[in-house]
Write a protein that binds this ligand. Sequence first.
Ligand code: NAP
Length: 389
Amino acid sequence: MTTVLLTGATGFIGGAALAYGLSRDPDIRWICLVRGNGMAQARTRLLENLVRFLGAEAAREAILRVEIVVGDITVPASLEDRRLDAVTHILHLAADTSFRAQEHCHLVNVEGTRALAARAGRMPHLQRFLYGGTAMICGGNPPPLVRESDAPAEAAQHLVPYTRTKVAAETMLRHEFADLPVVMVRPSIVTGHRTLGCIPSSSIFWMFRAGDRLRLVAGELAGGIDVVPVDWTAEVLVGLLTKPALAYDVYHLSAGEAKRTTWDSLAAAFERCDPQGSPRRYGRFDDGDWKTLRSRFQAVFGLDQPIKVAMLRAMRAYYQFSTLGVAFDNRRLTDEGFALPPTLSDYLPVCLSAPANLSILDQFADDLGMFDGAPMVQENLVQAKPVAA
Ligand SMILES: NC(=O)c1ccc[n+]([C@@H]2O[C@H](COP(=O)([O-])OP(=O)(O)OC[C@H]3O[C@@H](n4cnc5c(N)ncnc54)[C@H](OP(=O)(O)O)[C@@H]3O)[C@@H](O)[C@H]2O)c1
């Protein structure tokens, strides 16, 4: 019997993966490691997340098929539950994804992953350990088309400490747990859902709306951004987890060159959804031109509340990532038979309409935890360091 251990099920991608996985194959046993102050709270937290993807009634039914281990990857004792001895597949998506809290990112993303991997080494039936990384481990100076083999590069500079901890986790897994059947999966930017829009989460989507309002995009105006929807990500993750044999041990989960969202198409899609009477024209944000960004932001949103200041700071971080203008090669994925994702322009209408009447600021508030107190990323370039084996 396939028994999956899922970490991160209360999160954006983990919730989508669980909702999809439960609907796809009724014979898979799902065990979720969930943080909580006891079983009741952990169950409530997981249910709340499933409701976002499935609705209340279906979520209440679905959760009956999930076993919960109350635990935390940074607390190795909580991974000792004997049910984990039966695990055949691990989908490890738990992480601290914030752009701040450098030490906490390291604790969760490196030390927590190390604790889970050590426990996985004592799972006698384990066939696959899918580790959720990020394509952004390419660092701050990547080639225009990043291939899986390009990263991690030890000398890479990083825009935020978070991506550096994801490099460290991959390096640690390769060096210290070479015997485990680890497959790295590296999503690019995950935002929105093809049918639910932003109901499950507004994560990062507010940034596209805000950029549209500022009429300002980073990088080449003729360029674009590699972004994928969460439900496609979930389908690919569950597919890679359960496919009997895989040709590679690292995969980008990305739009690639073919499905990168171009700024032109995004402007046209916004115009169709929110007509302003003439074609929208985006201007180019030049890397480091924070004055222009700030003055444009002030004119459009104002800077009269702390949350707006936080939003401006968060936009700076995303503009820096966006300036890279990269696409992440996904030929490995298509070679495995997975369909390409849609572009964001294709599913923008549903993201704008569901849920209805949520302001950009409301949507940013959803993401605020990622940025609150974040240092200015430009002053924060950090060197990738291999983890001692
Ligand atoms: N979203 C993206 O655009 C994107 C892009 C590339 C890669 N990724 C990667 O994909 C994975 C999932 O991302 P996401 O966006 O779904 O993140 P998310 O929404 O922030 O969810 C993070 C999950 O990790 C759990 N978690 C955090 N610390 C934990 C701990 N110490 N022990 C156990 N669980 C813990 C959280 O549980 P609580 O609910 O208890 O906090 C939550 O379920 C991450 O590895 C991330 O690096 C994401």
